[in-house]
Design a protein around this ligand. Structure first.
Ligand code: SF4
Ligand code: SF4
Length: 146
């Protein structure tokens, strides 16, 4: 039974007065109830496959200013594997905002302070998505062990 995220809320609302008739009206109005019941990207694998950030995360994602980054890879080692958001991508070091919780654990280790909050973040470019679950995804094995 799906009862995560919006699905559970639908059940609660049905108990608190909206009722089956309300759900029927929504269905008649063209609302996709199956879509409402989809889990909100709560695991790393879900975030990768759906390319969605967890909507429950309150902190904004971070970004690396590539013009300032010295490619030392220190931040990669400090990103918790359950997030696993930082990758080498060609000559760049990148943070996929969809995978970044904004936990800030990568901030202090950066020797040149070139990691910044990115409140106006946009979707990762298509070619960045070849890194998560790819052959150089250092977080995947660690995440499996958790
Ligand atoms: S803020 Fe946290 S999740 Fe985001 S890249 Fe840094 S360490 Fe990873
Ligand atoms: S720790 Fe800072 S300088 Fe080093 S790779 Fe990460 S962002 Fe670049």
């Amino acid at each position: 039974m799906l009862e995560v995220g919006g699905g559970r809320h639908e059940l609660d609302r049905s108990r608190s007065g909206v009722g089956p008739a309300g759900l029927t009206k929504r269905a008649e109005a063209g609302v996709n109830l199956a879509r409402v019941s989809v889990s909100p990207a709560s695991s790393r694998l879900e975030r990768i496959t759906t390319r969605r950030r967890n909507p429950k995360w309150k902190n904004v994602p971070l970004r690396i200013e590539m013009a300032e980054c010295i490619n030392c890879d220190t931040c990669l080692r400090h990103c918790p594997p359950q997030f696993g958001a930082i990758f080498n991508h060609g000559i760049d070091v990148i943070i996929l905002p969809e995978l970044c919780s904004g936990c800030n654990k990568c901030l202090d280790p950066c020797p040149v302070d070139c990691i910044y909050p990115d409140p106006d973040w946009s979707a990762s470019p298509e070619d960045w998505w070849q890194e998560p679950l790819g052959p150089d995804d250092r977080y995947e094995g660690a995440a499996v062990r958790d």
